[in-house]
Ligand binder design. Structure first.
Ligand SMILES: NC(=O)c1ccc[n+]([C@@H]2O[C@H](COP(=O)([O-])OP(=O)(O)OC[C@H]3O[C@@H](n4cnc5c(N)ncnc54)[C@H](O)[C@@H]3O)[C@@H](O)[C@H]2O)c1
Length: 431
């Protein structure tokens, strides 16, 4: 029998040691939040550079205040480690490792399986194990539970096991770990109860209990599939509006005045990051095993993946240069969305690659991305005062801290994918 009351009492008294596996965009903010709420946190990452940075109080996630990291370290409540054996001293382990796609664009569960192996090597009776990494429904119960049970412990009798999706929105100025409601689904009632109690002790928002782990996994996939499909719809609308010579931005502004039944999504060069281009594919892949074709997800994916190609065709028409040969193009914004330094699945990067393949002379400017490597070559963000050299400037990301007046005054021609210039028609072409 699992000792539900005693673990809840330990959580209440902050006597639990919490392990966080994976200290990236999700794991590090969680670890710092936990430490600053009074829990002792052992943060484990396989990346030694990250651990060394943290040990030197160096912050690598924009959404975390460096002062909060320093406080957690000084109080010895956050202990970054590179040796997974240290996780033996924990009572709760939260897993926040990546769940990307492989080269064939299929779910890559390598990191999640490795993390489950680490858990199985360090678990003891009454441990609370929580997975936060986004994945398809059934992963926790059918795959991860079995790996952990290689320890000899049984999930129903010996430990608590839950899935609780992370819903963090990097660079969001208002919503963070602390004030975003948390969904929790356990493999049994006790697991749901203990996990919900744990999150309720650290966040100032609601904790929503669902029936099981697969419902919690599915809720996260639904959230991001909803976004993918609506973004694909807006991308299609922007192509339609271009053909009909209607301003898509004005259309969205008008439509969103409806006080119910409409949520505004906006066009751009595509979708990026670790969630929207990936999570729905986890579901469509899983559904193939059930002989079900995810029609809306598939067509939406096709539409969003084609967006950089559509932009390139628009560039050919705008510049009346169908070969793009030697055309000097500056992309403004390389990250996958505004005000973040994350390049994962960035549509600007895809645009950069296509333009290069077409032999355009393409450079980029992004204060958040100093450099990146593509085809073994390193590319660096150019100085913005070089802007006059370019035939065309493409605004791919509307970072908040850019001097858009300077960009407008010093560009020959602008293709504005994010509507930063709104009514300024002169030398600005809208998406
Ligand atoms: N980034 C987001 O906005 C976001 C939002 C919600 C949910 N998620 C989900 O959260 C999960 C984590 O995403 P992220 O953006 O934090 O990824 P990330 O790449 O920023 O961080 C993951 C960390 O895990 C580490 N890691 C990988 N394998 C490990 C292992 N075996 N042991 C220990 N550490 C390991 C990596 O070194 C890295 O530091 C993913 O499933 C993602 O879909 C991400």
């Amino acid at each position: 029998m699992k000792k539900t009351k005693s673990i809840m009492e330990m959580i209440k008294q902050k006597e639990c040691v919490v392990g966080v596996i994976g200290l990236g965009y999700v794991g590090l903010p969680l670890a710092i939040t936990l430490a600053n709420k009074g829990f002792k946190v052992i943060g484990y990452d396989i990346d030694k550079h990250k651990i060394n940075k943290l040990l030197n109080s160096e912050n690598y996630i924009n959404d975390i205040k460096t002062s909060d990291l320093k406080t957690a370290l000084q109080n010895k409540l956050f202990i970054p480690i590179n040796d997974s054996n240290e996780l033996k001293q924990t009572n709760i382990i939260v897993v926040c490792v990546p769940t990307p796609l492989n080269k064939k664009r299929k779910p890559d569960l390598t990191y999640l399986k490795q993390a489950a192996e680490i858990v199985s090597q360090n678990i003891k009776k009454n441990h609370v194990i929580i997975f936060e990494s986004t994945t398809y429904p059934g992963t926790t119960e059918k795959l991860l539970k079995k790996i952990i049970e290689k320890s000899g412990l049984n999930a129903l009798d010996d430990f608590f096991l839950s899935f609780s999706p992370e819903r963090i929105d990097p660079s969001n100025k208002y919503y963070n770990v602390n004030n975003t409601p948390k969904i929790v689904g356990g493999i049994d009632k006790e697991s749901t109860q203990v996990t919900a109690y744990f999150y309720q002790s650290i966040i100032d928002s609601d904790v929503i209990k669902v029936t099981n782990t697969k419902t919690a996994e599915m809720a996260k996939i639904l959230e991001n599939t909803y976004r993918l499909i609506n973004i694909a719809l807006i991308f299609e609308m922007s192509e339609i509006c271009n053909k009909l010579k209607i301003d898509i931005w004005e259309v969205i502004d008008a439509a969103k005045t409806k006080p119910y039944g409409f949520q505004a999504f906006y066009p751009g060069p595509g979708v990026g990051g670790h969630c929207i281009p990936i999570d729905p594919i986890y579901l469509s892949h899983e559904m193939k095993k059930h002989k079900y074709k995810t029609k809306l997800i598939d067509i939406s994916n096709k539409i969003v993946l084609n967006m950089p190609n559509y932009i390139v065709n628009r560039i050919k028409n705008i510049t009346k240069n169908h070969k793009l040969n030697n055309l000097k193009i500056l992309l403004i914004g390389m990250s996958y969305k505004k005000d973040v330094d994350d390049l994962r699945e960035s549509p600007s990067l895809e645009l950069f690659k296509i333009l290069q393949e077409k032999k355009a002379q393409v450079d980029y400017y992004d204060p958040y991305i100093d450099s990146f490597t593509f085809n073994k070559k390193q590319y660096k963000s150019v100085a913005i005062n070089k802007i006059k050299q370019y035939d065309l400037v493409v605004i791919c990301v509307d970072h908040s801290n850019l001097n858009y007046k300077y960009i407008l005054d010093n560009s020959k021609l602008i293709f504005d994918l994010k509507n930063v210039y709104q009514n300024n028609k002169k030398k600005v072409i809208k998406l």
